[in-house]
Ligand binder design. Structure first.
Ligand code: DX5
Ligand code: ZN
Length: 218
């Protein structure tokens, strides 16, 4: 099994110093930079848009792992691709044609990711695993950082790990929400190979980032 990738979510960073924060987590050992995009419609919060992705792009060479919590999403895919996203993930619940949107992301030359909210069954990935480079399992309801890990997501991660391995797909399995030193090893044991962490990365300020990230590797 591959070593786990850690993707700090900049949702918990100091937005007034975003370039500095991105450089700090890069230096502290982040594998990917996770960018949470919220539209105030699909989720009850508004965060950032493609302009911010473009602004942070020069501050790191690490992949930008862009998580779109937007519906409808299609009109924005090109803007995030041009802004410098490396992976673009969309929610299966955002509709209307997830398969088409995933194909579009790959046509734009980006890695395509599909996201499941806590209530969405693993089965929603049937007929989609061929079209994606990453599956993102949300272990909290999307919209906010700092929420408690939802236990049933472990069963879902196990089920998806089996689907990926059985089908021989080359797909990353990432978990997002409530990841800390206690839940990270459980998500890894269930089959995750990438972890998003907002609160657990940024707590304690810049001097703590490296230790915070290291503590998540299990
Ligand atoms: C929630 C976001 C998450 C969130 C994770 O909608 O997708 O990436 O920021 O935050 P923590 O790690 O604080 O649960
Ligand atoms: Zn996220």
């Amino acid at each position: 099994q591959l070593p786990v990738r850690i993707a700090p979510s900049i949702l918990s960073a100091d937005f007034a110093k975003l370039g500095e924060e991105v450089r700090a987590i890069d230096l502290a050992g982040a594998d990917w930079i996770h960018v949470d995009v919220m539209d105030g419609h699909f989720v009850p919060n508004i965060s950032i848009g493609p302009g911010v992705v473009k602004a942070i792009r020069p501050h790191t060479t690490k992949p930008l792992d862009v998580h779109l919590m937007i519906a409808p999403v299609d009109a924005y895919l090109e803007a995030f691709a041009e802004a410098g996203a490396d992976t673009i993930s969309i929610h299966v619940e955002a509709g209307p044609h997830t398969h088409r949107s995933l194909q579009h992301i790959r046509q734009l030359g980006k890695r395509a990711g599909v996201v499941l909210t806590p209530q969405t069954p693993a089965k929603a990935l049937d007929y989609l695993l061929e079209e994606v480079d990453l599956v993102l399992v949300m272990s909290v309801n999307p919209g906010f950082g700092g929420q408690a890990f939802i236990e049933s997501s472990l069963r879902k991660i196990e089920a998806i790990r089996k689907m990926i391995d059985k089908g021989g797909y080359s797909v990353d399995l990432e978990v997002d929400g409530g990841i800390d030193h206690a839940t990270a090893p459980r998500a890894i044991a269930a089959g995750a190979d990438a972890l998003v962490a907002g609160t657990a990365t940024f707590r304690g300020g810049p001097d703590a980032y490296a230790a915070n990230i290291a503590a998540l590797r299990g």
